[in-house]
Design a protein around this ligand. Structure first.
Ligand code: IMP
Ligand code: MG
Length: 177
């Protein structure tokens, strides 16, 4: 564990087990449907890469980049920084997210994607910070529910650092500004 981390809340092994389980469920639910995994940059990339290698059916991936956070506080504004490369009309979409906090980002993205008339759209989120929810959106495939703490690692950052940690942890107070 690196010095900046106060505690690990989800270990590398727990992440691996959960991802295998999610991949296997998605593989059977989407058999024959060639779903597209739409991933919200940058926090979800590690989860995506591990998840799709546990999915045993043909799939495609596409990326979306939005900005909703600066440091630790929510700005309330969701901006599209990079749109999808492919058309999703009549496609089965699985939206992959690292963490659902207030739900504002997810709500905005789902609304925007629905306008493009996909055949279906479901949400797969690694972490659910349920107590912080402002807009209630169903999470179809969920990894873990976590308490109201700011977490880093496994793709998630604090001011762009710590994405490379193989586990999910909480930073020591002196590293949060
Ligand atoms: P929401 O709109 O409040 O649900 O925010 C969702 C996005 O905020 C997530 O996709 C993350 O990118 C980021 N986020 C929320 N909570 C955390 C956290 O504890 N650590 C790192 N990023 C977070
Ligand atoms: Mg995110």
């Amino acid at each position: 564990m690196i010095d900046e981390i106060e505690k690990i809340i989800i270990s590398e092994n727990e992440l691996k087990e959960k991802v295998v389980e999610l991949g296997s469920t998605i593989s059977s639910d989407y058999d024959g449907l060639n779903p597209v995994f739409i991933t919200v940059l940058r926090g979800s990339i590690i989860f995506l890469c591990d998840l799709i290698r546990e999915v045993k059916i043909p799939i495609s991936v596409d990326f979306l980049s939005v900005s909703s956070y600066s440091g630790q506080s929510h700005t309330g504004v969701v901006r599209i920084l990079k749109d999808l490369d492919e058309n999703i009309e009549n496609k089965h979409v699985i939206l992959v997210e690292d963490i659902i906090d207030t739900g504002l980002t997810l709500n905005y993205i789902v609304g925007m994607l629905e306008e493009r008339k996909p055949a279906s759209i479901k949400v797969c989120a690694l972490l659910d910070k349920k107590v912080r929810r402002i807009i209630d959106i169903p999470i179809d495939y969920k990894g873990f529910e976590i308490p109201d703490e700011f977490v880093v690692g496994y793709g998630m950052d604090y001011n762009q650092l710590y994405r490379n940690l193989p586990y999910i942890g909480v930073l020591k107070k002196e590293y949060l500004d």
